[in-house]
Write a protein that binds this ligand. Structure first.
Ligand SMILES: [Zn+2]
Length: 163
């Protein structure tokens, strides 16, 4: 990997290279020195970066999730495995595979909550005799949240492309 350093002097943008600042309180040709360049009119710029040579892999990751709208994801004693929160194996994601159907965090999050951050165009906003999305500051306060498995079933029918 190659490390690069670029250094150059640029004309101070704040004072357009004059080294001077004309504020509202400086009148009749009065000026104070530019605080950005200390009156020199010049700003030294140093940029350091490493060349991109492909995405790196990591040993740290086991499972990848498309998004996380705000639930702690982790193993919890005997109760939860990472797969309980949806997602896909890191080793499959590395190979370039897409997120499979039903890889949302369906156990803890409803369709509207999930797709608000994952893909706004797939966010349902149901308001009919069967179901009404009620957002009052928190998705989990919706009347249907406890039955969100039914919301996911409906979401599958309307947005899931038959998967
Ligand atoms: Zn300046």
């Amino acid at each position: 990997m190659s490390h690069n350093v670029i250094e150059f002097d640029e004309q101070c943008k704040a004072c357009k290279g004059t080294g001077l600042y004309f504020g509202l309180a400086e009148k009749d040709g009065a000026a104070v020195i530019c605080q950005i360049c200390k009156g020199t009119g010049c700003r030294h710029v140093k940029i350091e970066y490493d060349d991109f040579e492909g995405r790196k892999t990591t040993e740290k990751c086991e499972r990848v999730f498309e998004t996380n709208p705000g639930i702690v994801i982790g193993r919890n004693k005997e109760e939860f495995e990472l797969s309980d929160f949806g997602g896909m194996f890191y080793k499959e994601w590395v190979r370039g595979l897409p997120f499979p159907a039903k890889s949302e965090n369906r156990k803890f999050i409803c369709p509207a909550w999930w797709y608000q951050s994952a893909d706004y165009y797939k966010k349902p906003d149901w308001n009919d005799k069967d179901r009404k999305c009620i957002f009052t500051g928190s998705f989990s306060k919706c009347d249907y949240f406890k039955r969100k498995n039914e919301c996911w079933e409906r979401w599958d029918r309307e947005y899931g492309n038959g998967k």
